[in-house]
Ligand binder design. Structure first.
Ligand code: C2E
Ligand code: MG
Ligand code: MG
Length: 357
């Protein structure tokens, strides 16, 4: 009693005319989901396909075909976000995040040309000496229309729209140049850590882009650290590992960011060309709770050291956390306890007055 059609790509539409009640529609959706729980036998392999379904009703969810389809699409995206293999019925409240996303993307497109981005820098401190050893560059976007937008909300959108390729290149070049200017003024060799997105890493010219940034700025390779998250390795292991291995062989450092929150197994860790583990803030936050968490943090530090890695604790906010990390032999800390991320001129001030505890 329904019409099935393919919209394009991997999107299909099921059109039910004169559905008497909602439950009928929902149970059809259930049946479709159930059908896809079985695998498809292709050649010798059993393949699984995941499905996400969005549902909208006429006339409450739209008066025109376009509106009905658009709202089913909004609901479908919500179903995907909820982890696939499920259906979601459209609801007016869903519209806001979807529109917001489109809005951010629209303004993101012109942000580069309008110089709306700025880098802030957060110091990393050597626990043993209490001195700043380097900084992490963190992007800030102040849009004249949207105001301040957190990287947590726009980086993902920049990735989906591939704008991150240009934004990320700007970040790297800007950060390298700024750090070189610090070296020239202080005569010291502070490191600069730059976050890299999987989309950047997958570009064929990623390695050249990094080498070019070093050459143009004159920064020594050993002063640059690229921060990569675990998900990067999961998505395209071969392709990304060989690029990072090459960069590491040139003296560039590689840090595994947000360690402990992703999916990488410990056996993976052995094969990654990394020099630093950045233990996620989650572990530091839980330190106060129980001795179990303390054992965990301690063990991560020991593990890192046994593998010849430097261990950095992220998001350190109070002195008791610092004391525990110090006792556990953690190498470096980064967090509000030392300083929030600051603009360029704040970096000079921090370097002049450093001595944090
Ligand atoms: P991240 O790389 O893990 O950076 C650490 C985040 O924790 C930063 O948030 C920093 O401001 C925050 N943080 C540091 N210390 C503390 C603390 O003591 N307490 C609390 N509550 N937070 C602390 P931010 O700047 O909002 O950046 C969020 C994320 O956005 C970053 O996480 C990174 O994944 C991404 N990001 C930022 N800049 C860039 C960039 O230039 N390129 C890419 N690809 N991603 C970026
Ligand atoms: Mg980072
Ligand atoms: Mg992190």
């Amino acid at each position: 009693e329904a019409m099935l059609s393919r919209l394009g790509g991997d999107e299909f539409v099921i059109f039910i005319e004169d559905a008497v009640d909602r439950d009928k529609v929902l149970s059809l959706a259930d049946n479709v989901l159930r059908a896809f729980r079985k695998s498809f036998l292709i050649g010798e392999s059993n393949l699984y396909v995941s499905v996400s379904i969005g549902i909208s009703f006429y006339p409450e969810d739209g008066e025109t075909t376009e509106e009905i389809l658009k709202n089913a699409d909004v609901a479908m995206y919500r179903a995907k976000e909820e982890g696939k293999g499920t259906y979601v019925v459209y609801d007016k409240s869903m519209h806001t995040p979807f529109n917001e996303r489109m809005n951010i993307e629209k303004h993101l497109r012109s942000a580069m040309n309008n110089n709306e981005f700025e880098l802030h820098y957060q110091p990393q401190v050597d626990i043993k000496t209490g001195l700043i050893s380097g900084f992490e560059a963190l992007i800030r976007w102040n849009s004249p229309v949207l105001g301040f937008v957190s990287p947590l909300s726009f980086i993902k959108i920049a990735e989906d729209s591939r704008l991150i390729i240009y934004i990320g290149e700007w970040v790297l070049k800007e950060a390298c140049c700024f750090m070189k200017s610090i070296h020239d003024r202080t005569g010291l060799r502070h490191k600069i850590s730059v976050n890299i997105s999987i989309i950047q890493l997958l570009q064929d010219d990623f390695v050249e882009m990094v080498l070019e940034s070093l050459e143009e700025s004159g920064l020594e390779p050993s002063c640059l650290e690229l921060e990569i998250t675990e998900s990067i390795f999961m998505e395209s292991f071969e392709n990304t590992v060989s690029k990072l291995e090459f960069l590491k062989s040139r003296g560039i450092r590689i840090a595994l960011d947000d360690f402990g929150t992703g999916y990488s197994s410990l056996s993976y860790l052995q094969h990654l060309p990394i020099s630093t583990l950045k233990m996620d803030k989650i572990f530091i936050d839980s330190l106060a709770d129980d001795s179990y968490s303390q054992t965990f943090v301690h063990t991560i530090i020991v593990l890192g050291h046994k593998m010849g890695l430097e261990v950095v604790a992220e998001g350190v906010e109070d002195v008791s956390q610092l004391a525990f990390l110090n006792e556990s032999d953690c190498d470096k800390v980064q967090g509000y306890l030392v300083s929030k991320p600051v603009p360029q001129r704040g970096v000079w001030e921090l370097l002049e007055h450093q001595n944090f505890y």
